[in-house]
Write a protein that binds this ligand. Structure first.
Ligand code: HEM
Length: 458
């Protein structure tokens, strides 16, 4: 059953407490399956021209009012701190944002552990020197709907002055919704309290809306600090954008080196991700692939790791288990519920096949725009990069890193608990290399209109 079908049947308008008609659709709306889309980046050279572009684009940004109903295409818009500055926002508004956002992703490389081959001086030019001001993401269910939405956005840009298009990048996947490694992704998403859909029986509880929507109460009971003035901050959120080059050939070679048969390679890959390629979680399908389970949005996320404390079914070091330990014992105290993220990642490049080898990697062939939304996005990504991705201490695994997204300046290892002895697979390299990224603010619709009007300008 498609994600949207399960959400639609469970949506209850009387359970809505959020101002859905002021929140950008992209925050709550799931990716279609199949999906196509385009990311575009803009650089503002003239503040008035930039504000005019925002005012005209704002009319084409749908709200989350009908987020569980079908829509053929939608555009989301997010702005970096350098972008807000270039749009001429008042100094006190600019100063009211979190420090990490004001500095931008490249300047936070140390906190993000983005060094060596992931360091900002190796990034694509679009992400360097605070070049990325405005990021547009257009998601669509088919090519015709995408073309129409792109024509609208590009028409608005063409008619504007003082805004440069830095680049565009197409993405998409077929109905299997596979990422470059052949795994279905964007399955596990938090339930946002007050959005109208309650968790299904057996699923984890809803997360306080303030973890995702600025101005709402967070998991602590209080709202997070709101960017000012209120019309700018309320109902907005923050976005982390990281573009990865996926070294699918190196990953395939790694599997070939450590597993003899195609079945064993699938199993090793599943142990590294925590799910089978179809999306079926190892915990619910310990013996092998279960495609109907993987495709069933009502069942494929209904699990935790309580009965697998030793990691015999799903290794502690598996990517999905690290990123959401679901009650697993950890040695470093952290509240899982304040590190939940809404993922809106998008895949580009050819569909995965097992025969691709390392010499075919590179040159922007295959990859992923890793995108997530959270009201505390920057604290979360910096925590995840430091503790859960680029160390293994919280799992008693020393320096063992995430096998999928960790940065491996030296080849690392992956531990698979087993009886009588655990297996340690060596030779894990950086299977996803960072090509750039930015910290962004996703304003509410009223904030976009406020920016577009620029009433504060004398
Ligand atoms: C760059 C390449 C990446 C790939 C190929 C990838 C792939 C996957 C896959 C296949 C899943 C399991 C299916 C699902 O629930 O969607 C998953 C889950 C997840 N990933 Fe990633 N991921 C990547 C990067 C990241 C990064 C950089 C982060 C965090 C900073 C992250 C956070 C998560 C989270 C939170 C989950 C859900 C865990 C759960 O709730 O069970 N991923 N990823």
């Amino acid at each position: 059953m498609r994600i949207l079908d399960t959400l639609r049947s469970r949506f209850r308008r009387d359970r809505v407490s959020l101002q859905l008609d002021d929140i950008q659709a992209l925050i709550l709306r799931s990716r279609p399956e199949p999906y196509v889309g385009l990311h575009a980046m803009l650089h503002v050279e003239d503040a008035a021209g930039g504000r005019d572009l925002i005012a005209r684009l704002a009319r084409h940004i749908p709200s989350a009012a009908d987020w569980t109903e079908d829509l053929t295409a939608w555009t989301g818009i997010a702005i970096s701190h350098a972008g807000l500055q270039a749009l001429g926002l008042p100094d006190d508004a600019l100063a009211s944002f979190p420090l990490a956002f004001r500095e931008g992703m490249a300047a936070r490389a140390h906190q993000l552990r983005d060094s060596g081959e992931n360091a900002p001086d190796t990034w694509e030019p679009a992400y360097r020197d605070k070049t990325c001001h405005i990021a547009l993401s257009i998601f669509a269910a088919d090519k015709a709907a995408l073309d129409a939405a792109v024509a609208t956005a590009m028409g608005i840009h063409a008619a504007s002055t003082g805004v440069r298009l830095i680049g565009t990048h197409e993405f998409g996947a077929d109905e299997d919704a596979e990422n470059p490694f052949g795994f279905r992704d964007s399955i596990s998403q938090p339930t946002v309290a007050g959005a109208g859909v309650d968790p299904q029986p057996g699923q984890e509880r809803a997360i306080a809306a303030g973890e995702f929507i600025l101005g709402e109460a967070s998991e602590t009971g209080e709202p997070l600090v709101l960017p000012q003035p209120e019309v700018l901050g309320r109902n907005g959120s923050f976005v982390v954008l990281r573009k990865y080059d996926s070294r699918v050939g190196a990953f395939n070679d790694f599997l070939r080196a450590h597993a003899e048969t195609p079945e064993d390679r699938h199993r090793l890959a599943a142990k590294m991700f925590g799910r089978w390629r179809s999306g079926a979680p190892l915990i619910l399908a310990p013996d092998g692939e279960d495609a109907p389970l993987g495709a069933d949005g009502a069942r494929n996320n209904d699990f935790d790791y309580a009965d697998d404390a030793e990691g015999l079914i799903c290794p502690h070091a598996a990517h999905a288990r690290r990123m959401n330990p679901r009650g697993s014992p950890t040695t470093i105290l952290a509240d899982e519920n304040i590190h939940r993220i809404i993922r809106r990642s998008s895949t580009f490049g050819p569909k995965w096949t097992p025969d691709v080898t390392a010499d075919q990697d590179g040159d922007d062939q295959r990859g992923l725009f890793f995108i997530f939304i959270s009201a505390r996005a920057f604290d979360t990504i910096e925590f995840l990069q430091q503790e859960w991705i680029n160390r293994g201490n919280f799992l008693d695994l020393g320096e063992e890193r995430d096998p999928i997204v960790g940065l491996h300046s030296e080849p690392g290892q992956f531990t698979i608990p087993a009886r009588p002895v655990r297996r340690r697979v060596s030779g894990v390299t950086t299977f996803n290399r960072l090509r750039g990224g930015e910290y962004l603010f996703m304003p509410s619709l009223s904030a976009l209109h406020w920016i577009g009007k620029g009433d504060w300008v004398a």
